[in-house]
Write a protein that binds this ligand. Structure first.
Ligand code: PLP
Length: 380
């Protein structure tokens, strides 16, 4: 079904096809060419990331991270239950046992106060997700990973151009991963990126990225033949994807400014109706910035959420909920018998009561006004 106001519309800057034509004209279509390099340079310069690798998805980038930290059967990886399946799957594919942690009460990010009780001598890594592009409390997170000598991986799929105390998200973890899926702020249809912040892992990341070969070192003239040296896969996207992405990057500031403006309009317009009806809006933590990725309401109950969705649907507006806590998934129930020593109650709450509103670059003032007035109408 098509909605008058859909949940998302991909934004095109207008330069995408021009750059794709350029890539086609130069005849360099495989990965790791000129446009891939331009994207890497852009990210490394703008956000202070140590080394970037475009991938075909954030999922792929997470899988690279799991290989890089040598996940073996029996290793435990701690992460929030309220996240996308790929955060967990990447590690499950390598035999890890996933240990889910609850979200915090303030927002769906992992609750740093509950992490330490989950750490055992098998824990190898902590994966944090900056939900809605809002930073986790990185000082607290880093003090835990440093104290227990754990790898830190940031699933920053939603967190492009977002900051914690002035420092870019994605620059904290040993590894971090981004998504350029068409529902994210900056897109290439499908697409992603692995950031390697610890320099001692760069060489191996190059090899895993290039199917387990030392092709990259070969082209730099460092080795005289290129051969199979490690496990790996085909993680790098072709130049057509990179050319598309580069057109988006050139417009990053314009895209972000527009999304944040839409976010702020929702917030100021819905603040009062939310307060009077016990509905929660995100209270941005002091240490975090807002990248306008996602605007959500926390309704009073699942029933109320369904009713509001229906009410919006009747006005031809699509609002959607988000994750079902992974601990409640069929797959996890079948493959794990972990007994939690507490209920993942906040994760359950977001599963049942969080609702996302339409937020995309081309959402017009009239359309946004219609969403807002339809919500006000629901509560009156
Ligand atoms: C979108 C998303 C992913 C997956 O990204 P893909 O590029 O589609 O693989 C992973 N984790 C989170 C938190 C996401 O929002």
């Amino acid at each position: 079904m098509k909605y008058e106001i859909p949940f998302n519309k991909p934004f095109l800057t207008g330069k995408e096809t021009e750059y794709i034509e350029d890539a086609v004209a130069t005849g360099q279509l495989a990965g790791n060419g000129t446009y891939t390099q331009k994207c890497h340079d852009y990210f490394e310069n703008k956000f202070g990331f140590n080394k970037c690798f475009l991938t075909t998805s954030c999922t792929d980038a997470l899988e690279m991270a799991a290989i890089l930290i040598n996940i073996e059967p029996g290793d435990e990886v701690i992460m929030p239950a309220y996240t996308f399946v790929s955060t967990a799957n990447a590690f499950v594919l390598r035999g890890a046992k996933i240990v889910f942690c609850d979200s915090s009460a303030n927002n769906p990010n992992i609750d740093p106060e509950r992490i330490e009780s989950l750490i055992t001598d098998k824990t190898k890594a902590l994966v944090v997700v900056h939900y809605a592009g809002v930073a986790c409390d990185m000082d607290k997170i880093l003090s835990i990973t440093e104290k227990h000598n754990l790898y830190l991986i940031e699933d920053a799929a939603q967190a492009i151009d977002s900051y914690y105390k002035g420092r870019a998200l994605g620059s904290f973890g040993h590894f971090s991963t981004f998504s350029f899926h068409e529902t994210k702020n900056i897109i290439s249809g499908e697409g992603g990126m692995l950031v390697v912040n610890d320099p001692s892992y760069i060489k191996r990341a190059e090899i895993i990225w290039e199917k387990g070969t030392n092709r990259k070192a070969f082209f730099r003239g460092e080795v005289d033949k290129y051969t199979w040296v490690d496990i790996g896969s085909s993680f790098l996207p072709g130049e057509i994807i990179a050319a598309f992405l580069y057109a988006q990057l050139e417009n990053l500031e314009q895209i972000q400014a527009k999304r944040v403006k839409l976010w702020n309009t929702y917030f100021s317009e819905l603040k009062t109706v939310a307060e009077t009806n016990g509905v929660h809006l995100l209270q941005m933590p002091e240490f975090a910035t807002n990248n306008g990725h996602l605007f959500y309401l926390i309704l009073n109950s699942e029933k109320q959420r369904t009713a509001l969705m229906q009410h919006l649907k009747a006005e031809n507006i699509l609002a959607v909920f988000h994750y079902i806590g992974l601990d409640q998934s069929d797959f996890y129930k079948q493959h794990n018998n972990t007994k939690f020593n507490f209920e993942l109650e906040n994760s359950k709450l977001y599963t049942k009561r969080l609702l996302r509103l339409p937020l995309f670059f081309s959402l017009s003032p009239n359309e946004q006004h219609k969403v807002i007035s339809t919500i006000k109408d629901f509560f009156s």
